[in-house]
Design a protein around this ligand. Structure first.
Ligand code: FAD
Length: 423
């Protein structure tokens, strides 16, 4: 009997646990370790930050649902991975031995990369975590009470997930319009992307034209190639670069509220393992989602190392979205099952990017197959259906996770909706 440990119970870890258990049955043990006792549906956090959702809408306790499928849960932070001894050292003092480890620890939100940034003692908000989003909402309410101001939304250097920045900008805009006070607020989008609609993907279809047009139509100004260097209370220091990487302009932006997606790195316990990660702490994996050095370690989700789509004047990373994460999970589950059955693992995932971005009352969807251009499919479309689809997916994903279903949802529903029948 083998012991498979899944470290991290997020968008990648939870489906990995269910799929693993379903694939291996009760002949092998599956344990999930997560630093918190609840699951959060990360894509809904921007809605929490404007009060459209509450914590209880988008979170649920992990243990109760995993137990129904005979999956063990340990709520503790992993502080050290001893990859040679195949042992995890947890913050509560426990040690856990594994035969296979699946790392699904997501990103370390590295606010420290920019002085004065972040919600813990800094001056910018985040929507990456439900607690951060609640903090943003508290400030947003104060701003509404004040009645006017300047709101900055965007992404810091080394951010690799730009969709939620656009989402949050358009959601705030929609919320202010609903309240009839949009005319009282100035909004600016400030991003490390080299141009609007780059998305860490070198653009998808006409994402540049469409998103520029949307920002203009929603009265938002923007600064791209933006290297945010420092944040003080109410003031953001931004160096705007040219495409050649020279300084174009220095900005000192006064603001009343700012939400800036931070740089992403690998979490400490993972980054510290000798030979496991790239210099920014992301797990190196081969096409089987297995680490080349430690063959009993697999990884999926934001924690894996994938190269940026292209070099940009201000560093940006490539996003890892739900569809891609789901595909990574399926791949590694099959490969671990093959290894346990004495077969050569051979299942590869897809690095295709598919994403639905909410814009408050409408939305934009993109499909990039493959992620790195030139592509077989590059599709970017806007419509109210995306807003509706995003709400439907939130409900569907949370229901699926509570049910313990490992049935894939992105392939079957999103692609069909977009009329893509073959990848
Ligand atoms: C605000 C936001 C919105 C997004 N919206 C979308 C979207 O609409 N569609 C889409 O396709 N993608 C979206 N993404 C991208 C991606 O799908 C999410 O980031 C997704 O949550 C990543 O899944 P993950 O499993 O890699 O990491 P996470 O979901 O972040 O899960 C990681 C888990 O590991 C735990 N953990 C970390 N370190 C340790 C440790 N040392 N010990 C124990 N536990 C640990 C964490 O607590 C967490 O529970 C969004 C990302 C963000 C930030």
């Amino acid at each position: 009997m083998a012991h498979i440990v899944i470290l991290g119970a997020g968008t990648g870890g939870m489906p990995a646990a269910y799929e693993m258990k379903e694939m291996l049955g009760n002949g092998h043990d599956v344990t999930v370790i997560n630093e918190r006792d609840y699951f959060q549906f990360v894509p809904s956090n921007p809605w929490v930050a404007v009060g459209w959702r509450t914590r209880s809408d988008i979170t649920f306790p992990i243990e109760k649902y995993l137990a129904k499928k005979n999956i063990k849960f340990i709520c503790s932070r992993c502080d050290k991975i001893d990859a040679v001894e195949s042992t995890l050292h947890l913050a509560d003092g426990q040690t856990v031995k594994y035969d296979y480890l699946v790392i699904a620890t997501g990103p370390k939100l590295f606010f420290q990369e920019v002085e004065g940034a972040g919600p813990h003692g800094g001056h910018t908000h985040s929507v990456c975590d439900v607690t951060h989003a609640e903090g943003a909402y508290a400030d947003y309410q104060k701003l509404l009470a004040k009645g006017s101001g300047h709101i900055i939304v965007g992404a810091m250097p080394f951010a690799s997930c730009f969709g939620p920045a656009y989402e949050f900008a358009f959601i705030v805009d929609a919320d202010l319009r609903k309240r009839g006070v949009r005319n009282k607020f100035k909004m600016t989008y400030v991003s490390s992307e080299p141009y609007i609609g780059h998305l860490g993907l070198g653009g998808v279809g006409d994402s540049k034209g469409m998103l520029e047009s949307e920002l203009r139509n929603h009265h938002m100004q923007w600064i791209t190639n933006a290297k945010t260097t420092k944040v003080e209370a109410g003031k953001m220091f931004v160096t705007e670069m040219t495409n050649k990487g020279e300084v174009e302009k220095e900005h000192e932006l006064a603001f009343d509220m700012a939400m800036m997606l931070p740089a992403f790195k690998g979490v400490d316990a993972v980054a510290a393992v000798e030979g496991l990660c790239n210099p920014r702490g992301f797990v190196i994996v081969d096409e089987l989602h297995r680490n080349p050095k430690y063959k009993n370690i697999y990884a999926a989700g934001v924690c894996i190392a994938i190269p940026p789509v292209e070099a940009t004047p201000v560093p940006t990373g490539a996003p890892k979205t739900g569809y891609m994460i789901e595909s990574m999970v399926t791949s590694l589950v099959h490969n671990i099952a093959d290894e346990l059955n004495g077969k050569e693992p051979h299942t590869t995932g897809t690095w295709n990017a598919i994403c639905l971005a909410d814009m408050g009352d409408t939305g934009a969807a993109f499909v990039a197959l493959p992620q790195i251009p030139p592509r077989n499919v590059a599709w970017f479309k806007k419509g109210k259906w995306v807003h509706m689809a995003k709400i439907a997916f939130e409900k569907y994903f949370i229901r699926k996770m509570k049910k313990g279903s490992s049935e894939p949802f992105y392939e079957k529903s999103i692609l069909k909706m977009m009329g893509i029948t073959r990848i």
